[in-house]
Design a protein. Structure first.
Length: 113
């Protein structure tokens, strides 16, 4: 990926987020950065969470800048798919020496409460 090739690893997540937003803009890819969405529990809004990106209105992208992804990061990203009612997403880690990413899929689409 161009951002990782240009910047390498070692920066804070927000730096990669800004660079990736610029890259998507240059390539004409529709995206929303830091898209805030409400979170619900049993039909009640209990807070909100900002997704790093919603791309083309349907793909959730979560960024990390860690030495290595762990199971907890994958679980968190999968929970975001459910909360944001998205079927697909990407978990991208810019912190490792080599770009690391996981494709995310969710089989069910629960109805909005």
């Amino acid at each position: 990926m161009e951002v990782h090739n240009t910047l390498g690893n070692g920066f804070q997540e927000v730096i990669y987020q800004r660079a990736l937003s610029l890259e998507m803009h240059e390539q004409g890819i529709d995206h929303r950065r830091e898209a805030e969405m409400p979170l619900f529990y049993k039909g009640h809004e209990i807070g909100s969470r900002r997704a790093d990106f919603i791309v083309e209105g349907r793909v959730l992208v979560e960024l990390k800048a860690l030495i290595a992804l762990e199971d907890v990061h994958l679980a968190q990203a999968l929970n975001y798919l459910t909360a944001y009612k998205r079927a697909v997403g990407l978990l991208i880690n810019f912190g490792a020496a080599r770009l690391d990413f996981k494709r995310l899929y969710r089989k069910e689409h629960p109805a909005h409460p």
